[in-house]
Design a protein around this ligand. Sequence first.
Ligand SMILES: Nc1nc2c(c(=O)[nH]1)N[C@H]1C(S)=C(S)[C@@H](COP(=O)(O)O)O[C@H]1N2
Ligand SMILES: [Mo]
Length: 541
Amino acid sequence: MGRIPDSGSRTNPRAYQLRTRYMKASATRWLTRALATVAGIVAGGLTLGVGELVAVAVDPPAAPFLAVGNTFVDLTPEWLKSFAIRTFGENDKQVLLLGMGVVLFVVSAAGGLLELWRRWAGVAVLAALGVVAAAAALNRPGAGATWILPTVAGVLAGAAVLALLVGALRTPAPDADSLEPASGARSDRRRFLLLTAAAAGLAVLTAAGGRRFGQSLQAVLEAREEVRLPRPVAPAPVVPDGVALDVDGVTRFTTPNRDFYRVDTALDVPKVSPDEWRLTIRGMVEREVELDFDDVLGLDLVERMITLTCVSNEVGGELAGNAVWLGYPLARLLERAGPRPEADMLLSTSVDGFTASTPLQAIMDGRDALLAVGMNGEPLPLDHGFPARLVVPGLYGYVSATKWVTELELTRFDRATAYWTDRGWAAEAPIKIASRIDVPGSFGDVTAGSAVVAGVAWAQRRGIAAVEVQVDDGDWRPAELADEASIDTWRQWFFEWDAEPGNHTLRVRATDGDGELQTDEQVPPFPDGSSGWHSVVVRVS
Ligand SMILES: Nc1nc2c(c(=O)[nH]1)N[C@H]1C(S)=C(S)[C@@H](COP(=O)(O)O)O[C@H]1N2
Ligand SMILES: [Mo]
């Protein structure tokens, strides 16, 4: 007895216990900090991943990382830019992205530590990064308010995961008398590891998914920007000045691409790279023909104004549009393959699997059926079939206007059917005569006195010869017609009306170039297009 206790001696169990516990506690603290940095990095990664994925739906350049990078590029002073190009050459973009990645990595790790130090401190770091990224996204060319959504969604996901992971690290203090950490601490750590693995996996998945989809869209948009359409060999037939009326509210004669109706079965617009696009002509032909996009651009292209119409258009509806199409005559294209005489159908297939069955006779009878690559002076917009589609005057779109077209098969109606004909729609689908009142609008208010009634009418392949208007149950009276661009385009019309106070019904009907009067028989679009006269009720005061 009487020995001084030696703290380092195994002979004193109490001191040994204390020291071991101190070392364990300190090791635990460092481990916890290391894990917090991992949590921060995973949360940062998830923020980016979710941002990438949401950007696919909003607009690829709205992705937070890209938006910040592009803004950085735009803001880089000239001397730094030339320095970077001199030093890194073509790799300057990769270097920038790598540098941004390193900065983000370090800041995210620090965010994890801060969150451990004080709850919400790390979340605040993420939010601050988010503000920078959202500001960058909002300032990109073409940005709209929705461009902050990828960043907002990313930061919300990242912040939730950070709070959750670091929360799991905050273990209760070990039981004072136990040598082991509280058993709860171990299970918390296991929970942390599982959650971290799950969040990291999610980060990788969302980022990879976002990059994959986003890149293909971005790449195709860029490829489209680079397309140089050739000039048509024969300029488009001159469109008389008089085709467009100067009446407020009447449908514009040429439909701008962004306003052109879109109808297709594609949930996600097909992204077809012009480099990879091929068109095959096969089936009942003398020889198969394959063309790539440059082959098509090298052909003698023509420009034609054609009004496209959807069979689903209701009486008075808006599913019709008029554009200048640049393309190659389908008849000449098919002749390269030499259709065999038995063939009576052209079955066209889109990259997305959609098919249309077009009577071969309609393509070969001299009308301007086109393999189109241009719309109103631009390459086709992605929504309208980039890089190539069909346009056949006089037939509803579902039997003729295949977008993103990749295959033309010559076949027979007794052998093949197509997407909509399989679903009961008519195999023969010429466009019916239609006329529409654009002004005044339905249930519109009109000032008593001289008023203008105006609209459009179409009967592709026959043209419009007359339009008549009826007020209430009065006589049908002729409307004035604007000039005709061609029998394949719609025609504007107007009617001067001496409007008397009260409620009135205005009705319109057209006569086509063959002298056929538009029928008043009301039928719905199924199975071969709607018919009936369009009317509007207005109040005159
Ligand atoms: N690949 C593909 N092409 C398609 C369709 C489709 O669903 N998929 N719909 C057709 C129909 S029903 C119409 S009315 C026209 C519409 O062309 P737009 O969207 O350019 O106006 O495209 C036709 N081409
Ligand atoms: Mo359609």
